[in-house]
Design a protein around this ligand. Structure first.
Ligand code: FES
Length: 154
């Protein structure tokens, strides 16, 4: 709105002001991005190695999914083993049941040891290494895969 006595803004001046404003916004955004590169992350990544409890805390034939993890941990007469819950097709989280694993995304099915039975996935589910920490806790290492059928015994 213009008041009586105000000078109208010329078209050329308006475009110049708009261009300068755009330049300032772009510069501020770029500076924010550069500064952010040097700030520590507020949410650190989860470690790929994590404790899942003491061996005696597992019942025979028990299956656990550690909180916040995409891995199934099994304890049976062969020992302990951990199988990734990430489908090898496109990474959806598989569910586990009496028939083995099934993927909700494209229908891949896996045997209870992770072998592919049907569907789009072409690779078996990964098995992760399990070890015993000095404090007596079982540790799953998602960064270290082992051959299917590798059991950990205490
Ligand atoms: S992501 Fe599991 S079948 Fe495609």
């Amino acid at each position: 709105m213009s008041e009586p006595g105000d000078k109208p803004v010329k078209r050329r001046d308006f475009l110049g002001i708009a261009a300068f404003g755009t330049f300032l916004i772009a510069s501020a955004t770029a500076c924010f991005g550069i500064v952010r590169l040097f700030l520590p992350k507020l949410s650190p990544e989860l470690s790929r190695r994590f404790e899942i409890g003491e061996p005696q805390g597992f019942l025979l034939d028990e299956v656990k999914v550690p909180a916040g993890r995409s891995v199934y941990v099994f304890h049976d007469t062969n020992g302990f083993y951990a199988i990734s819950a990430k489908c090898t097709h496109l990474g959806c989280i598989v569910s586990y049941g009496p028939q083995g694993f099934s993927c909700p995304c494209h229908g891949s099915r896996f045997a209870s040891d992770g072998r592919v039975l049907s569907g789009s996935a072409s690779k078996a589910l990964e098995w992760y290494a399990i070890s015993l920490a000095p404090n007596g806790q079982l540790v799953v290492d998602e960064g270290k895969t082992v051959k299917t059928g590798t059991f950990f015994n205490v």
